[in-house]
Design a binder for this molecule. Sequence first.
Ligand code: GMT
Length: 380
Amino acid sequence: MKIGISCHHTYGGSGAVATELGKALARKGHIVHFINRAEPFRLGSFSRNIFYHEVEAMHYPLFECPFYSLALASKIAEVAMYEKLDVVHAHYAIPHALSAILARQMVKDKCRDEAHCFRIATTLHGTDITVVGADSSMHGAVRLAINKSDGVTAVSEYLRQETVEMFEPNVPIEVIPNFVDLEVFRRLPENPALREQLGLGSEKICIHISNFRPVKRIGDVLGAFERIVQEVPATLLMVGDGPERSDAEERVRKAGIGDHVRFLGKIDEIVPLLSISDLMLMPSSAESFGLAALEAMACGVPVVVTNAGGFPEFIEDGRHGYLVETGDVESMASKALGLLTDEAKRLAFAGACVEQAQQFDITGLVERYEAFYLGLLERG
Ligand code: GMT
């Protein structure tokens, strides 16, 4: 198949899923065209079945801001016509699905040949529904993006239900969960050089990875860690960047635990960091799936997360880590300490995590997406 993919290129789960999916489809012989504002952060090196088209929105003094969604629609239409795309896969409802819908109109208008028009697959990732779609200024746009796509998937049953409740869509939504490439996400051997580079000794390592947005509850990560570090020698690796970072750094300084927390910023190569970690803390208020937790589990890192969103769909309490109520920092700290002070138990959880990650191996889930595309093409 010839597949166009449009996604957010920035540090975030939807871009990661879209890019890994595109790379996997290309390895299977499909031709994949990424149509994006900038190169997705996980695209990496050249591959002969992958093409990348950058969308440049026109700057004009009359416009207060450039119309990216329109430029994206024009670029999708152009690539679809000349590359004869079968499917355009929009990741995140806004603007990608809406731009694809507009692009389809452009192609139909130009070619007057509906038979050659591409199908639109839209994957809902979470905040496009729960945050953006919940805003009254965007509700109608998100609803149209869902209803006018040829097929829609959501990354968890939780997200599917939220979407149904909020939008009462008139199309079915299929759940295709996030996945992990187990060839890449697996625990690497001990790495004393990396520990030294990060100024780490033999203490326990906790890790948090996110885009530091309010939904990630960075304050809860720090609150739990402040209690943890009172009981066990530990360092917290804070990976990523975003609007909550400055406040978080300030809090760490005030709490006097600066020597125990490393803010590492955005890092593409996270497997080495996961491989030296003992535990992940992810107290998000709503996480449609929680890809970072799955990637940690694949690397043998148990997770302490909130009992919210899609987490309970792949994390079993007391087996892969713990599910605590949102904002319950005390429980988060005591569950974490329970694992960090009992290495045999932590290792048992780590083993169960690696086993559980097999259920979400990229191979089977890419096949699910291929079948989904074929279904759209067969429906005509
Ligand atoms: O977590 C974010 O804020 C980024 C966001 C995105 O759209 O890039 O991630 C969402 O999509 C991921 C991939 O499907 C999911 O694993 C994340 O759970 C989801 N984030 C939220 O729902 C907050």
